[in-house]
Design a binder for this molecule. Structure first.
Ligand SMILES: [Zn+2]
Ligand SMILES: [Zn+2]
Length: 334
């Protein structure tokens, strides 16, 4: 049977069956990183930008002397071509990709940028100098979560920021007061209480843990890291014991992880009812990135407080929309 898009157009079915269109307009979202020494990040950046543009990929890629950190979306065939190109690349062969299917682009634009670090921790040494923590595969991590419930010497540690773990985290995970202005390395007081314990750390895709666990091991901590992060854990072991949803840095905002024993842990910033809807306050001067229930979202016209509804910088209300973290009104997501 002929199944190409042009055939569907000719046959007229493309106008009549939207489900059929989606079936043949398959997109994928890729999440990946690799720590590798890059001598000329600018040249690699330019090469990468040209490649991604030619494949019509959108997303955000950071390149530094310590490696690459990216998340991009595109048509399935284009993302496959990108992964194939990466696998042949002198620097990036062996990069592990977390792949999600989607029905459209998860980003509005393509940004490829040179940075000092691919994950900003302001560490005095590089990953290449410190090495990384010990990897733990999803199945072993799942056992550690269960064991941590009865064994006080086993700790599950969330290395992500507060707005991320507010909408989802592993059962009984220890979280740290990390926000925009505070890095994990500023939480050493809290970390000291975990010294001597077996620490199983995790983050979204693994990159933050990979960077921080090497440094913490160097500081004498007994620390392991979940290989591939929450995203891979969801795919390999069904996301068991992950409460809520996983925050992601694209237009999906959150993605489901747990197919085994799912629940909702997010609470409305305004009224405390359970919710998984995340917005940026519609007041551009506030931009508070919060969880909000549908009732409060409508009553406050997309703002985080009564006060914000009176702001002159309040953006137009879109009942179906949400704001991405740090994104202004012209990039409003529908
Ligand atoms: Zn509410
Ligand atoms: Zn606000």
């Amino acid at each position: 049977m002929e199944t190409s898009l042009s055939y569907l157009r000719q046959s007229g079915s493309i106008q009549t069956d939207t489900k059929l269109i989606y079936k043949y307009m398959e997109y994928q979202v890729l999440l990946y990183y690799k720590f590798v020494s890059i001598a000329d990040p600018q040249a690699v950046r330019d090469e990468h930008y040209a490649k991604c543009q030619s494949l019509n990929l959108k997303g955000r890629i950071l390149i530094a002397t310590e490696g690459i950190n990216g998340t991009v979306s595109g048509l399935k065939a284009d993302t496959e071509a990108y992964m194939e190109w990466m696998s042949q690349h002198d620097l990036f062969a062996g990069t592990e990709f977390k792949i999600d299917e989607y029905d459209r682009h998860a980003f509005l634009k393509l940004h490829v940028r040179v940075k000092n670090e691919v994950v900003r921790f302001n560490l005095p040494n590089t990953v290449q100098e410190y090495g990384t923590g010990k990897f733990v595969e999803p199945e072993e991590f799942r056992n550690a979560i269960k064991e941590a419930q009865t064994n006080p010497n086993i700790v599950i540690l969330d290395t992500r920021s507060e707005y991320e773990f507010n909408v989802g985290k592993f059962k009984n995970a220890v979280t740290l007061p990390i926000d925009n202005f505070r890095e994990l390395t500023d939480c050493m007081e809290e970390m000291e209480q975990l010294r001597g314990k077996q620490i199983y750390s995790y983050c979204t895709g693994g990159i933050r843990c990979e960077k921080i666990t090497g440094w913490l091991a160097h500081q004498g901590f007994d620390i392991y890291q979940l290989h591939g992060g929450i995203i891979r854990y969801g795919k390999e072991v069904g996301g068991e014991d992950f409460d809520g949803q996983c925050y992601v840095f694209d237009q999906r905002v959150v993605v489901p992880i747990n197919q085994v024993n799912p629940n909702v842990i997010g609470h409305c910033f305004v009224c405390d009812n359970t919710t998984e809807k995340m917005i940026n306050c519609a007041n551009a001067l506030c931009n508070n990135h919060i969880l909000i229930c549908e009732t409060c979202f409508h009553e406050l016209e997309g703002c985080c407080s009564e006060e914000c509804t009176h702001s002159e910088q309040k953006r137009a209300f879109n009942p179906d929309g949400y704001f991405l973290r740090g994104v202004n009104s012209k990039n409003y997501v529908k």
